[in-house]
Design a protein around this ligand. Structure first.
Ligand code: DGL
Length: 272
């Protein structure tokens, strides 16, 4: 029987929309409830304890919306707080393991780069999982703290000199290491893909965690009878913890479709 309950997705802000975009491509019939914690972004510079508390609150919020599964569309939460999902009454997906598998499958020279927030890189989670699958891999990771504010500000054009120079400076270690595959370990970063490719050249494969995760979710729903039936009117509802207007503007660009103002609601996450 079809399960029409929505897929719940959360992130610290706008970045998780890169995962939603891939989900919509892969699973156009599914209803989606998104929570972007725009009032508390960024997560990636915060302590483990705070990130874990925020993640648990975000998950509880989505559970209240009767979702059928939850995706932590946030590299930071996936790296340091995935265990907050233990005990949830619905299946949980993070974005690290799927990206790691895609990177290991893609690399030819076994030199893999990881970029992410400082919490993600410091956790060493991607590196640990890569070396588990491919012990001879050479892994280079670096945190790119200014990428999230750039994206949230709407600065990601590959023609923007400020964007290009910022990308070039942060990517120096992975350029020096000669990686042929780069994991975009933060869900905000696919928005910077064109700028990153311009700096690294076409020889470097960029791994978008959203693409890999959406495919895994599709397979899971298929195998477990959890898909929605044919649905020409899939609902995508967005909740944010700060002003909906600024979210709508940049979110529409990230998703590649306009978001109606009736579909975005502000919530006070700490009082829930
Ligand atoms: N999209 C989040 C991630 O994937 C952004 C991190 C942040 O809020 O700092 O890590």
């Amino acid at each position: 029987m079809a399960d029409s309950r929505a897929i719940g997705v959360f992130d610290s802000g706008l970045g998780g929309l890169t995962v939603v975009k891939e989900l919509i491509k892969c699973l156009p019939d599914e209803n989606i409830v998104y929570f972007g914690d725009t009032g508390r972004v960024p997560y990636g510079t915060r302590s483990r304890e705070i990130i874990r508390r925020y993640a648990a609150e975000d998950e509880a919020f989505l559970i209240k919306h009767d979702v059928k599964l939850i995706i932590a569309a946030c590299g930071t939460v996936s790296s340091v707080a995935a265990d907050t999902a233990k005990g949830l009454p619905v299946p949980f997906f993070e974005v690290v393991s799927h990206a790691v598998r895609a990177a290991v499958a893609a690399t030819k020279n076994k030199k893999i780069g990881i970029i992410g927030t400082s919490a993600t890189v410091n956790s060493g989670e991607h590196k640990r999982q890569i070396l588990n699958l491919l012990p001879e891999a050479q892994v280079t990771d670096c945190s790119c703290s200014m990428f999230v504010p750039l994206v949230e500000e709407g600065w990601y054009s590959a023609d923007d000199i400020v964007v290009l120079e910022t990308v070039r400076r942060y990517l120096e270690p992975v350029i020096k290491a000669g990686v042929d595959t780069l994991i975009l370990g933060c869900t905000h970063y696919p928005v910077l893909s064109s700028a990153i490719s311009k700096v690294l050249g076409d020889g470097v494969t960029l791994i978008n965690a959203g693409t890999a995760t959406a495919a895994a979710v599709k397979q899971f729903l298929n195998e477990n009878g959890g898909l929605n039936g044919e649905n020409n009117n899939a609902q995508h509802i967005f909740y944010v913890s700060d002003k909906p207007d600024s979210f709508r503007h940049t979110a529409s660009i990230l998703l590649g479709e306009d978001i109606d103002e009736t579909k975005v609601e502000r919530v006070d996450i700490s009082s829930l």
